[in-house]
Design a protein around this ligand. Structure first.
Ligand code: 2AM
Ligand code: CA
Ligand code: CA
Ligand code: CA
Length: 265
């Protein structure tokens, strides 16, 4: 499989992402059907399902031997990363989509034999496509992203959902509160994919979450690999693309520092 093989997939992926984005934007005038999944802050809409189906139809028609792992479960059951696997979040930041009609993204990572080859995070309303191909660098639209440089927490703009700094069953919040205190600033965007894209683009310096699924992180991993960013569990272990994970994504050095000084303290 040479460059040409991946460039062909890349060309198709970009066309489909723009088509899907137009379907989403066209839906803004229609009535949205919103349902709860596990709880009232875990939403799904008819558009999440429609967009996932759209990608699956296109991929099956053009690349019949590729497999698809999608959040809404319209694709097949995936229990291994053999072959070429598209990992798709049709709308990342569904709560923003429902409440704000902005600040959500289409997120797609394409892995081959477990290696991240292509990554796309499209801010549908903002019109920014963050994309990367393994070995070819990462871009926002046509602009190349720069290599990430080490930074201290005191100089860092760090992103996390405020709920992790209140009592929760996933981590002792007393470990995370000192990060909030030490950082130059804390942000929370409500879309894990956009937060990962922003780390890759240097707009924020790090992002932490206590519970993300493969489709939340697949594209971001490919982008971060191209700019020297790090993405692991909060213990520094490799991320699984078949299971839920915690996530710490950041510039180099800051990553080691947070694990050593805050998480493992
Ligand atoms: P989603 O919008 O695709 O569900 C919100 O802080 C971020 O966390 C979003 O990227 C959201 O993705 C993700 N997320 C992962 N699991 C979630 C859950 N169970 N409930 C709400 N958001 C979740
Ligand atoms: Ca969801
Ligand atoms: Ca998501
Ligand atoms: Ca989603």
């Amino acid at each position: 499989m040479d460059q040409q093989y991946w460039k062909n997939i890349d060309a198709h992926a970009k066309i489909w992402i723009h088509q899907a984005a137009n379907l989403i934007k066209d839906s803004f005038t229609d009535e949205l059907m919103v349902e709860f999944k596990s709880n009232p802050s875990d939403l799904v809409t008819n558009m999440d399902v429609k967009i996932e189906k759209f990608f699956i139809e296109q991929i099956h028609a053009t690349f019949p031997d590729h497999r698809i792992l999608g959040e809404e479960g319209v694709g097949e059951e995936i229990t291994s990363l053999e072959g070429t696997v598209w990992i798709i979040d049709p709308i990342d930041g569904t709560t923003n989509f429902v409440h704000q009609q902005r600040n959500f993204a289409i997120s797609i990572g394409i892995f081959h034999e477990g290696i991240g080859m292509l990554g796309y995070i499209f801010d549908v309303v903002g019109g920014e496509l963050f994309h990367a191909m393994k070995g070819n660098g990462a871009y926002v639209n046509e602009k190349a992203l720069k290599d990430l440089q080490p930074i201290t927490l005191e100089e860092a703009l760090f992103s996390m959902n405020a709920s992790w700094v209140t009592e929760n069953r996933r981590i002792d919040y007393r470990k995370l509160a000192p990060i909030v205190k030490a950082a130059r600033g804390i942000r929370s965007f409500g879309s894990a994919a956009l937060e990962l894209a922003y780390v890759a683009a240097g707009r924020i310096d790090g992002y932490l979450s206590m519970r993300l699924s493969p489709w939340d992180v697949a594209a971001g991993i490919v982008l971060l690999n191209e700019v020297g960013g790090k993405a692991t569990t909060i213990e520094g272990e490799p991320l699984s693309l078949l299971n839920e994970n915690t996530l710490l994504a950041s510039k180099p050095k800051l990553h080691e520092n947070i694990i050593k000084e805050y998480i493992n303290k």
